[in-house]
Ligand binder design. Sequence first.
Ligand SMILES: CC(=O)SCCNC(=O)CCNC(=O)[C@H](O)C(C)(C)COP(=O)(O)OP(=O)(O)OC[C@H]1O[C@@H](n2cnc3c(N)ncnc32)[C@H](O)[C@@H]1OP(=O)(O)O
Ligand SMILES: O=C([O-])CC(=O)C(=O)O
Length: 368
Amino acid sequence: MRAYESFVPGLDGVIAAKTEISFLDVNREKIVIRGEDLIELAKDKTYFDVVHLLLEGYLPSPEEKNSLEDNIKKFYKLSDDVLPLFNLLPKGMHPMDGMRTVISLLAGFDSEIENRSQEENKRRAYKLLGQLPFITVNSYFATEGLDIAEPNETLSYSANFLSMITGKISSKLEIEIFDQLLLLYSEHEMPNSTFASRVIASTNSDMYGALTGAISSLKGHLHGGANEAVMYMLQDVDSVDAFEALIHHKLQNKEKIMGFGHRVYMKKMDPRAAITKEALRKLCEKDNDYKLLEMCEAGEVIMREEKGLYPNLDYYAAPVYWKLGIPIPLYTPIFFNARTAGLAAHIIEQHDNNRIFRPRVEYTGKGY
Ligand SMILES: CC(=O)SCCNC(=O)CCNC(=O)[C@H](O)C(C)(C)COP(=O)(O)OP(=O)(O)OC[C@H]1O[C@@H](n2cnc3c(N)ncnc32)[C@H](O)[C@@H]1OP(=O)(O)O
Ligand SMILES: O=C([O-])CC(=O)C(=O)O
């Protein structure tokens, strides 16, 4: 029995919100963010340009961007009250679960937690963005039993983030590619995690709760967790031939190949994946080792010919992370770190113009 005649499994194609934040214009191959195309922005803008665009509604002047980045740097180092929590994270826990736990705790230190005004929500979003590289990196280090990494306020956001991960100062090319990844991951309309955060915010719950819900959503392999799964798959083999055989074997077993397919792009390439593929090419050129690119391209051909499916962002992002020297369990946490800008914009929009989400069901249980 249905309450309404409109059940769509997986809410495929259903409009769940009106938003001024973003829209996937698949026909025109644009990812529209507040009137700008993310794919164009990826050519010459940085992550912080997009953070400003998402939270303030327009691209910043160079002065505005510098002042935003300077303000955010103040939060690079986490307060001493929170640090002991990292020691409590069990070894072997996935850092996404570590991040979920730490962000939950931060709610307790926000004296304005019940204030949902746009001003307060923006303040906490910027503070969280400043704190997140520390939380991301150290959720991994703590669960690996490694020493806590310290931030370096003299570095840009992306340079500091990457150097906290790798323990060294990366090259200009590496920092630019990492920053571009953050930009590409920053916002993508209404994926499962954004929907989850808006559903939670719609009860008038707070930003920390909405973000922890989004982390849980993003962790799954059908969503953000796919980038880690792609790299584990690439690691399982060590040649193009063996990778081709692996993909064929998985397809024969009716397994999904991580990093392919997308609810919105469906039978088209995710435009972000074309950019990360080029980034991978540059990193391969740098160390004159093209194996990962060749393996990925071979997988792309098989998937196109056999399934008519194309890479999504996670497919080429995974080998890019690998080439940057980033440990695999950090791939999805970095996705969340970057996406917090978009998620915060959605949570703010939901709080500012709210109606609680409360759908109905098609009842298939016992008769009554
Ligand atoms: C940044 C991101 O979060 S992007 C998404 C990252 N996720 C992945 O890469 C995981 C792999 N991909 C998938 O699981 C899916 O393509 C999703 C979750 C992204 C989209 O799911 P849906 O829109 O529900 O598509 P659905 O799973 O119904 O797939 C439609 C058909 O394509 C097939 N298909 C879709 N993706 C894949 C894949 N990666 N490998 C093999 N077959 C696939 C399905 O088996 C299904 O075939 P069928 O009609 O014969 O049953
Ligand atoms: O849009 C989606 O469903 C998933 C995705 O690509 C993203 O969140 O970046």
